[in-house]
Write a protein that binds this ligand. Structure first.
Ligand code: ATP
Ligand code: MG
Length: 392
């Protein structure tokens, strides 16, 4: 089987294009590394992927669909520069499934081919019509046959499947995303992957004060996200001791803000260890009491590293739809015990003043709370495809 993978050439600009295309090819190789007989080769403006005939399309297709940077892709028939051969390929493609009408859409990437696109549309269209008896419908065809003339060959295909878009993971450096068990944070992490970042993950949990559900969800979400970047480090931080200390010595309405400031402080240290240049959260403005502009200011003030909030302007239903496409929604909606709910009063502060927060934190030994949390942090190394983990 032969598949042509296309990327958005405008997305992969100028001098960086060969580097980006190479990275996309590498990522396609990684995404399919456990399937037999895969070959991936960059060509002019696209990438050719071959698989042995034993590989079911149902296995290969989702792998390609998960690779960021893929704009669209098609299984193709490949023939030499011979219009007769192109006609035969088009006829075979038209017979793949029952259809009621068709059209030919030719693109000449190699402009020196002696036939122009309109002539090829007509000539190949006539041959398909005669061979199959199908009518041509230029406006609303049931089947579009794509003919692409390249410098050394002609490609014919009967499909153009959408990829996830974006740019390949690995071209934009590293970030560390704060992953809860909720719907939003996995979507935020994936958004950064889609912009080319390798996204490591940190989850705070209150085990053994709470059960393991939050931990299990974080691991399951991390595994799902790893399909898109192949290697992930997941940092699991026991947060119960920090929470107990805050509860014992700070005013109750400030608890959520203080929890968050400590999460960021701990995450900032972990980011330094894994060379991440920013943190990522799933916050969206006004969604819950803690996500006000005042709190964003007060929480972010605890650290120096930038905090990226890719969902800040999104509605919950948009985020939910994206989580469904991403494959994380089902995991996120499993019941859990979220550590942020632990010891949280009914009316958390929505407009926490910085001086109040500083006063409350004056009662705490911040460096030792942070370093104790770091000392008890566990790290999981995740890989996709899973067999790769032996080679880590
Ligand atoms: P989510 O659906 O991502 O849980 P949320 O709507 O529940 O978000 P909050 O609880 O205010 O919102 O959390 C805001 C962000 O803080 C989360 O998106 C996540 O990035 C981070 N966060 C919250 N709790 C944790 C946690 N236990 N571990 C790691 N990060 C967390
Ligand atoms: Mg949450």
């Amino acid at each position: 089987m032969r598949v042509i993978v296309r990327y958005h050439e405008i997305a992969l600009k100028g001098r960086h294009r060969p580097f980006f295309a190479q990275k996309l090819a590498d990522n396609l190789r990684k995404a399919t590394s456990d399937l037999p007989g895969i070959g991936v080769r960059p060509m002019a403006g696209r990438i050719a992927l071959t698989a042995s005939d034993g590989v079911p399309w149902a296995d290969l297709r989702p792998r390609i669909e998960s690779v960021f940077g893929v704009a669209n892709f098609s299984r193709v028939r490949e023939v030499p520069h011979d219009v007769e051969a192109a006609k035969q390929a088009a006829i075979a493609a038209a017979r793949e499934r029952p259809v009621t009408s068709f059209r030919i859409t030719t693109r000449r990437s190699w402009k020196l081919f002696p036939w122009d696109s309109i002539q090829l549309d007509r000539e190949i269209g006539d041959a398909v019509r005669k061979a199959t008896g199908l009518p041509v419908d230029l406006d609303e065809p049931d089947l579009t046959l794509f003919v692409e003339v390249l410098k050394d060959r002609i490609l014919v295909s009967s499909e153009r499947l959408r990829g996830p878009g974006g740019v390949p993971v690995g071209v934009s450096g590293r970030v560390l995303a704060l992953l809860s068990g909720g719907i939003d944070s996995p979507v935020a992490a994936a958004r950064l992957m889609r912009r080319g970042c390798t996204v490591h993950l940190v989850s705070f949990h209150a085990f053994p004060l709470q059960d393991r559900t939050m931990l299990d969800k974080a691991k399951a979400l991390a595994r799902e996200l790893t399909r898109r970047q192949f290697r992930t480090r997941l940092f699991l931080v026991p947060f119960g001791p920090v929470q107990q200390t805050i509860v014992a010595s700070c005013p109750a309405p400030l608890r959520v803000v203080l929890y968050r400031r400590f999460m960021l402080r701990i995450a900032e240290q972990i980011a330094a260890r894994c060379s991440a240049k920013a943190l990522v959260t799933g916050e969206s403005l006004g969604q819950v009491a803690s996500q006000t502009l005042d709190n964003i200011l007060t929480i972010g003030e605890a650290i120096r590293l930038p905090v990226l909030r890719p969902l800040i302007g999104m509605d919950k239903d948009e985020i939910t739809a994206e989580a469904q496409r991403l494959g994380t929604f089902e995991i996120s909606t499993l019941p859990d015990q979220d550590c942020c709910q632990l010891f949280v009063p009914r009316g958390p502060a929505t407009a926490s003043a910085l001086d109040e927060v500083h006063r409350a934190e004056g009662a705490l030994d911040i460096p030792s709370l942070v370093s104790e949390a770091l000392a008890s942090c566990e790290i999981e190394h995740l890989a996709f495809p899973a067999v790769l983990s032996h080679a880590l």
